[in-house]
Design a protein. Sequence first.
Length: 153
Amino acid sequence: MTFAYIRPLPRGAHRWVERNRIDNEEKMNFLMQKQKEGFQVVVTHLAQSAVSFRKVDYTKPTLLVMGNEKDGVSKEVIALADKVIIIPMQGMVQSLNVSVATALILYEAEYQLENARRYALPQLTEEQRGKIRDEWLYRDVIARRSKGKIPLT
């Protein structure tokens, strides 16, 4: 599984998620390619046409796009989205911190996947799990502890 990111992941998650930086210029090509591969692109954005995040079928391959707290998601990405979602809220405030919003949406995705029994069996082969383990061992145990003498790549 490959994820694009801008900021570092929380401590610990970096061990198990392959990360790649994507320039803004490459962003649209990346999203369109993922759509061709069968991913639905789900974007968070306050809009009249947006649906509740609970109405998305996360058992389908999904690429979730979260905007930053200042500017949100670009118009180009919104236009490309298969679904535009919101987290329904009551009261005066209509937004959450991006990390909180992401957590709520991912929790809903996990709930749906659990109910679909997607976690009953491992989704990765023994070979894939071994590759992730070996890459983690290299990055975190060998390269990082070498204090720059051994490259991370």
